[in-house]
Design a protein. Structure first.
Length: 165
């Protein structure tokens, strides 16, 4: 079944939920995980206010933080006895979704697992959704894992359970 699972990580609770799900799948299938982090340096580049402060030191700090996120995630996965490796990229080449799709082709993944904030309405329109873009362009199955906000299904199930005698 799934032997190579690609997992984008960013250190957030949502990303951790995706990683947890990927680890469970890896335990069941004996899969190897590839963790991916894309350094989000584009907002700093696009902001005119910070252009004067942009130095190699700032980019180096962003990369070090990205590597720390990857190292912590790898340590969790390895502590669970799951084979893993990791890749760190800059966002100069495009959005996270672009890098994920490229990585699937370069490291033939069977599945992509990623956390999603589940934004709706204006928040989704203004901020965009890397998860949605991955879903639209991926050539392999994608498992989206929501965390934080309760889904309508969860709320209905809880409400139904509360009404049961």
């Amino acid at each position: 079944m799934y032997q190579r699972i690609l997992v984008p990580v960013d250190g957030s609770a949502t990303s951790d939920a995706g990683l947890n799900e990927a680890m469970q799948l890896a335990r069941l299938t004996g899969a190897k995980l590839r963790l991916l982090h894309v350094v989000d340096d584009m907002p700093m580049i696009l902001s005119g206010d910070t252009m004067g402060a942009m130095t190699a030191d700032v980019f180096d700090l962003l990369r070090k933080n990205g590597q720390r996120i990857l190292d912590e995630a790898c340590n969790r996965v390895e502590a669970a006895g799951i084979a893993t490796d990791a890749r760190l990229y800059d966002s100069f080449d495009g959005r996270l979704s672009d890098r994920v799709v490229k990585e699937v082709a370069e490291w033939p993944a069977d599945l992509i697992v990623l956390g999603t904030h589940g934004r709706r309405g204006v928040g989704r329109m203004l901020l965009g959704s890397d998860a949605e873009q991955v879903l639209r362009t991926a050539t392999v199955p994608v498992l989206l894992v929501r965390s934080g906000a309760e889904t309508g299904v969860d709320a209905a199930a809880r409400s139904s359970a509360a009404r049961s005698p």
